[in-house]
Design a protein. Sequence first.
Length: 190
Amino acid sequence: MRVKAKVLKRKRSDRPDSFQNSIAGNGGGVFCSVHDVDRRKRAANHPGMSDIIYPRSPRETMDGWPHLPRYVDKIRLHLAGKLHADYQPNYGARGFDKSWLEAAGVTHAQMVEVVKHSITDGEVSDWVKKNVKKSAADKAAFLAGMLNYPAADDAEGVARLKMRKEQANIAHRDDIKNFVDYIDADEKRM
């Protein structure tokens, strides 16, 4: 679909070979360099660019709960039909999603409904504060469990982490000690 926009004004930028356009009807000016548009087009067609929308880090917290913002992001992406296939196997059923649901004492179906009927993280956080009655110690224990997974004596978990690091071409990264580190490294946050 083609969209026509009326150019209101042109300004020279600091780069002599570019210009910026203020697009009509945008309430005050979205400025876009011609080179930025060209760069985005090239990037979008580049075979190395990812179409994955990464959820937030499992380290981020909401109402004191680690992983909850990530889980909320995954629910929102799923509801929008944009949760990448790589996330589907663990979505609400395994891994940290399942661990959070068990620790909080709520179901995946409940959380999907809460997120579906909310617009902001604040609304989700308010629901969690009202309906999930866990102490700060419970939340801290959940975080400790995440940061200690896999435990050194968990041969299967250690082997799985090693395999995931190899698959992501980050096996050389000695700073990745647990699955939280792995997720952040794999999603380019560390």
